[in-house]
Ligand binder design. Structure first.
Ligand code: URA
Length: 233
């Protein structure tokens, strides 16, 4: 039953569906030997129709999110789960996004079913920097960097001021902003607070992890070195 549960929890179907795959000898080891219900061999050795299984529980996925996709599974319209194999929606535990990017924000988005890691990355206590490339409607005034770095900027309906954020001006109407927290529409509200308007927003880095050539709309599994980059000590 262990093998059945393992495969069913990865979203390949109900236990009955997986039992059927086993009866049909479509679940094998890497040498093509059919596996039985009670066998549980190493995840990496299991094949279905000759294909390796999806990543095991405790995995982290890196996605280059395009504009126009929301992070909520409950939303109408395009959602980030549309960019992953359909099975991922049926995994137990669920693959959740690590924080959220707005529908109109593109770039580096992580998903994981590892709750402890998720919390470590999003908690302001962990100080994991998140870097955003911002395109603005109006030229920068020159004082924005000081306002954002002050640690005293209060956004409407917030109870505490924002943590200090670093602004690097990259053009007349563009900047790179580094945050160590993630509040609702934070960057859009920060620039609104200084009389500007965000036209485009792209997350380029979390910790020291970048998209590094991953094409828009594509995803890949993170390995150990990626996780080390995510949580630099
Ligand atoms: N700040 C925003 O305003 N939107 C995002 O998607 C991320 C940070």
């Amino acid at each position: 039953m262990k093998l059945v549960r393992h495969i069913a929890n990865l979203g390949y179907g109900s236990r009955k569906d997986v039992q059927r795959l086993i009866r049909q000898k479509r679940v094998t080891d890497s040498a093509g030997r059919p596996l039985s219900d009670h066998e549980l061999i190493a995840h990496d050795e299991i094949r279905i129709d000759g294909e390796p299984l999806d990543p095991p529980q405790g995995s982290v996925i890196l996605l280059n999110k395009p504009v126009g996709y929301t992070c909520s599974a409950a939303d109408q319209g395009h959602i980030v789960y549309d960019l992953l194999p359909d099975r991922f929606r049926h995994r137990k535990p669920t693959m959740s996004t690590v924080g959220r990017l707005d529908r109109d924000t593109s770039g580096l988005l992580l998903l994981t079913d590892d709750g402890t890691l998720l919390h470590k990355i999003i908690s302001p206590k962990s100080h994991v920097p998140k870097v955003y490339e911002v395109t603005l409607a109006r030229p920068l005034e020159g004082n924005e960097g000081d306002v954002f770095a002050s640690g005293s900027l209060m956004l409407k309906s917030e109870k505490t001021p924002l943590l200090p954020a670093e602004l690097e001006v990259t053009g007349e109407k563009s900047a790179r902003l580094t945050l160590r927290e993630g509040r609702y529409h934070q960057i859009r509200r920060m620039f609104a607070a200084v009389g500007n308007h965000v036209e485009a927003l792209h997350r380029s880095k979390v910790g020291n992890l970048t998209l590094d050539g991953l094409e828009e709309g594509h995803w890949r599994l993170c390995d150990e070195s990626d996780i080390e980059k995510l949580l630099p000590s």
